[in-house]
Write a protein that binds this ligand. Structure first.
Ligand SMILES: C[S@@+](CC[C@H](N)C(=O)[O-])C[C@H]1O[C@@H](n2cnc3c(N)ncnc32)[C@H](O)[C@@H]1O
Length: 204
C-alpha cells in the first residue's frame, strides 16, 4: 500500500458524505450564506463566465450557481458532444453544456445529494433544456465505459473523500480521446491534522 492509499483509507468516507449532505440539503434551497465566495450571477461573472453564455440560463436558475471556477474556459464544447457534469449541483453548467452541445448532443448530470438532483431537474426544466440528471457518486459513476466526449466538474472533486477513485471513474466513462474540464479547489501544502481530520472542514 502506498503512502497515498494509506491516507485515503484513513478518511471517514461515510462521515464526509454526511457532512457534505448536511450542507447541500440547504444549498438545494438557496446557496446564499453557505459559501465563503460569491454565488449566483455575481459568482459566475467573478470566475470568468462569458456573459453571452449566461444568457442561456434563466436568472432564477443562475441564482443557484456556486461553482469555484469556469470549466468552459478550458476547452470548447461543440455541437453533438456528449457531456457529463460530475457534481452538477443545481444544474447551471448542465444547462450551458446542453446549450453548447445542441439538439444532436447530450448533457447529463450526476450529484450525490437527491435534493440537489431534484433542484437540477427543476432548473433544467425552467431553462427548457433536455439534459438528464441522476443521483450518484463521483466514486461510482452510474454510466457505461466510454460514454462521454467531455466530463466537466465545478467544485465537486474537492468534496470527494476518494479522489483517485473518482478520477479513475472519469477516465472510465470518457471515450478514448475524451477530456476532463475541471474547476476546483486544490491544496498547495499539507493541512494541519486538526483541519484535515475535521468533517466540518470538508463541507465548508
Ligand atoms: C460546489 S457544488 C457545485 C455545484 C455546481 N457544479 C455549480 O457550479 O453550481 C458541489 C456539488 O458536488 C456535489 N457532490 C459532493 N460530493 C460529491 C460526490 N462524491 N459525488 C457526486 N457529487 C458530489 C454536491 O452535492 C454539490 O451539489
Amino acid at each position: 500500500m502506498t503512502e497515498g492509499e494509506k491516507r485515503v483509507t484513513s478518511i471517514d468516507v461515510d462521515g464526509v458524505r454526511d457532512a457534505v449532505r448536511k450542507k447541500y440539503v440547504h444549498v438545494a434551497r438557496t446557496p446564499e450564506g453557505r459559501f465563503q465566495y460569491p454565488v449566483g450571477r455575481a459568482g459566475a461573472l467573478a470566475v470568468g463566465y462569458d456573459p453571452a453564455l449566461l444568457a442561456a440560463v434563466p436568472e432564477a436558475v443562475l441564482s443557484f450557481f456556486c461553482g469555484v471556477g469556469n470549466p468552459f474556459a478550458l476547452g470548447a464544447i461543440t455541437a453533438g458532444d456528449a457531456v457529463l457534469d460530475v457534481g452538477c449541483g443545481a444544474g447551471i453548467d448542465l444547462v450551458i453544456a446542453q446549450h453548447l452541445a445542441g439538439p444532436r448532443g447530450r448533457a447529463s448530470g450526476v450529484d450525490l445529494i437527491p435534493e440537489m438532483a431534484d433542484r437540477a431537474r427543476l432548473n433544467v426544466g425552467l431553462a427548457g433544456a433536455a439534459a438528464d440528471v441522476v443521483v450518484g457518486a463521483a466514486e461510482a459513476l452510474p454510466y457505461d465505459d466510454g460514454t462521454f466526449d467531455v466530463v466537466i466538474s465545478n467544485g465537486s472533486f474537492n468534496l470527494s473523500p476518494l479522489k483517485a477513485q473518482s478520477f479513475g471513474e472519469v477516465w472510465r466513462v470518457l471515450r478514448p480521446g475524451g477530456r476532463l474540464q475541471c474547476a476546483d479547489i486544490v491544496l498547495q501544502e499539507a493541512l494541519p491534522p486538526e483541519v484535515a481530520n475535521s468533517l466540518e472542514a470538508w463541507s465548508e
